[in-house]
Design a protein around this ligand. Structure first.
Ligand SMILES: NC(=O)c1ccc[n+]([C@@H]2O[C@H](COP(=O)([O-])OP(=O)(O)OC[C@H]3O[C@@H](n4cnc5c(N)ncnc54)[C@H](OP(=O)(O)O)[C@@H]3O)[C@@H](O)[C@H]2O)c1
Length: 345
């Protein structure tokens, strides 16, 4: 799967998504503040907002600093309290996600749980990796500087192989960082067998895994294992990159794989008026509520470049869990499609 995009490709993709369905602008919910649900992030005992913030989009798009400031400050004011970023979300010098976050809300550091990742010290998104202990320490130090803080709450190994996990140097490096107070908790981010290994090693307090209406393997294969060990679970790509917004098959394989599943999955909320409905019964609302209705998921770190989006998503979640019938239908449709060929995702 090609993960690296040129800046031109990224902007084209984001623009196509935005233009796609003529989605209404992010609705303004007035001054009324809806409630926010917090969940215990497993054995970390951190209480985190069930709708978190993922910073991949702002890094990929090199979103303007002022916009990120507006987005994050507003979301914090309304109850967001977990922010996920990474060493490789964006160009190292140009509006890198960590730099944008540090500038925007570094002064409010005690108001949020901060999560970042290591493993690609010199890579842009998805490129190159370095799993040496020295590189991990340098990367954490750089993240602290960029994020304007003296400690991270959670540091993830960003997708290293089982062999690298088994060799142990990466885990020792994280433990050392914890010992000197640069992080509070150890985590692993990835998918499939790697996450399973990380959970079963019992070395990690948190895992970040892919889970959404398109990719549900983790529900059967990983969540029960994490629950058994009281490991915190962060869901990444929680609304499947909102691929229903694209009128045509996106060029980026990462998005295209989900886009190809829209028709065969046959979900009612991916049809007709629901596609552009910004509320809890619309495509985004249902996709997110599927996640929040899944036992064992503690936070869904939805990505956005849009001020107001966090509030919209949080308000959708406050509409409540899906009914057993709605939830069961999503599981059944997906199982019918995935069938025998199901692999860990
Ligand atoms: N560890 C890893 O390997 C890894 C990999 C992927 C992702 N992640 C983490 O997971 C986070 C989330 O994943 P993601 O950003 O790839 O995917 P995502 O959260 O599923 O989708 C993000 C996209 O959804 C759109 N969106 C958000 N709310 C919406 C709504 N209510 N209606 C319509 N569109 C909406 C956003 O567009 P707008 O800008 O228009 O709001 C954005 O383009 C990342 O930011 C990152 O922190 C980690």
């Amino acid at each position: 799967m090609k993960m690296h995009l040129t800046r031109r490709e990224t902007l084209k993709l984001l623009a196509a998504g935005a233009a796609g369905l003529m989605m209404p602008a992010v609705p303004v919910f007035g001054a009324m503040r809806k409630s926010v649900e917090y969940r215990r992030l497993g054995r970390t005992n951190l209480q985190v907002s069930v709708v978190g913030f993922g910073s991949l989009s702002i890094g990929l798009a090199s979103t303007e600093q002022q916009r990120v400031g507006q987005l994050l400050n507003q979301a914090l004011d309304r109850g967001l309290n977990i922010i996920d970023t990474a060493e490789c979300y964006g160009h190292p010098d140009k509006n890198h996600a960590e730099i944008l976050i540090g500038n925007a809300i570094g002064s409010r550091r005690d108001e949020y749980v901060l999560s970042s990742k290591v493993g690609h010290e010199n890579g842009h998104f998805g490129q190159g990796s370095d799993w040496s202990s020295a590189s991990i320490h340098r990367t954490i130090d750089r993240s602290l500087k960029r994020l304007k803080t003296d400690h991270l709450d959670i540091v993830h190994l960003h997708g290293c192989s089982v062999e690298i996990l088994r060799a142990g140097e990466v885990i020792e490096a994280l433990k050392k960082a914890r010992q000197v107070g640069k992080t509070r908790f150890l985590a692993y981010a990835g998918s499939g067998e790697r996450v399973r290994y990380a959970i079963e090693s019992n070395e990690f307090d948190v895992v970040q895994l892919t889970l959404n209406v398109f990719e549900q393997n983790a529900i059967d294969d990983l969540l029960p294992l994490a629950q058994k060990r009281d490991i915190g679970v962060i869901a990444k790509r929680p609304i499947g990159n909102a691929v229903w917004r694209f009128p045509e098959r996106p060029e980026w394989e990462w998005y295209a794989e989900y886009w190809d599943l829209i028709k065969p999955l046959d979900y009612p909320f991916f049809k007709g008026d629901a596609l552009a409905d910004p509320g809890p019964e619309g495509a985004a609302g249902m996709a997110l509520r599927f996640l929040t209705s899944t036992p064992g998921v503690h936070t869904a770190i939805v990505g956005t470049t849009n001020p107001g989006r966090w509030t919209q998503n949080n308000d959708n979640v406050t509409a409540g869990l899906l009914s057993a019938e709605q939830y069961g239908a999503i599981r059944a449709n997906w199982r019918a499609l995935a069938g025998e060929k199901r692999e860990l995702g």
